[in-house]
Write a protein that binds this ligand. Structure first.
Ligand code: ZN
Length: 290
């Protein structure tokens, strides 16, 4: 499952490959459960649009586009409408959530179209940007408004220690659940929550409100460290996500607790335990984490 570091890696790959290009036409498949905007709306925004930028917001890929001006509309409408249109947002967002198995591939038109390809954007450069998703938990939509696209929560990589501490104040839920709560931090998934809690020496079931200032300082540092390391690990294999081949799965960071149930802790040798917190498999060292 692509988590924040994988999405960041995909975003960086797309930044290098498609920014500045123009979408000449869009083909959209018939699997409408993937689409949060109608196929018509998506095509209207993307056809002829220039790709101005690609960024990550939580686990969303946000592609900023400058839609093609619709000259025909102005001729038939009143001056007032035309004036309003000039102040209308000239940037729209194409948003992609990779779900469980989604991929964004940049290919040549000759590259064989993989099974489960749901969208193909033909670019002026001759490349194609394709969205492939076998399990179809991914989502695609377009967003047009003055405010731009925004999701709840704060970016874990940018949050200050003070703001981080405020998120957990008075919360009676286990700290692991709070880390996974997308309304607090956007994009921290199960693996990185476990790894962060291990590095900070905090048990996943501890009530969030009981964390001391020192606990919070260690956890804040650990979350950022774990995510940055994972991004760095993925950075070298960007072509595996968005390259023409794209067949390789997501990289595996060296996990210290995640998926290591029963294996010796890398610090103290105690067997790693697996429990369920917030409905998710949770791994921790009973000795190192308090
Ligand atoms: Zn240990």
């Amino acid at each position: 499952v692509p988590e924040l570091p994988e999405v960041e890696t995909v975003v960086r790959g797309l930044q290098k490959r498609v920014v500045g290009d123009t979408i000449e036409s869009v083909w959209i498949g018939d699997k409408s459960n993937l689409l949060k905007s109608s196929a018509l709306e998506i095509a209207r925004v993307l056809d002829g649009a220039r790709v101005a930028g690609v960024r990550r917001m939580g686990k969303h890929i946000v592609i900023d586009v400058h839609p093609k001006p619709r000259a025909s509309a102005k001729r038939t409408r009143s001056k007032r409408v035309a004036a309003a249109e000039t102040t209308a947002p000239r940037t729209a967002q194409w948003i992609v959530h990779l779900g469980m198995t989604g991929k964004m591939l940049v290919t040549t038109p000759e590259t064989e179209t993989e099974k489960h390809t749901h969208l193909i954007a033909q670019l002026a450069s001759g490349k194609e940007l394709r969205f492939v998703d076998p399990r179809r938990f991914g989502k695609i939509w377009v967003h047009e408004s003055d405010e731009g696209f925004a999701t709840a929560g704060t970016e874990p990589l940018h949050i200050t220690l003070d703001d981080f501490a405020k998120l957990f104040r008075g919360r009676k839920t286990p700290i692991k659940s709070a880390l996974l709560n997308q309304k607090l931090l956007r994009g921290v998934g199960n693996i990185y929550a476990d790894e962060s809690l291990f590095r900070a020496g905090i048990r996943p079931r501890r009530r969030a409100a009981t964390l001391t200032r020192d606990d919070l300082r260690r956890l804040h540092a650990a979350v950022q460290e774990v995510l940055k390391e994972a991004i760095a690990a993925g950075g070298s294999s960007v072509s595996d996500y968005v390259g023409a081949e794209g067949e390789r799965g997501f990289f595996q960071m060296q996990h210290r607790v995640y998926g290591r149930e029963g294996d010796p802790c890398l610090v103290c040798g105690t067997a790693i335990k697996k429990i369920v917190v917030a409905g998710r498999g949770t791994h921790y060292c009973p000795k190192c984490q308090k």
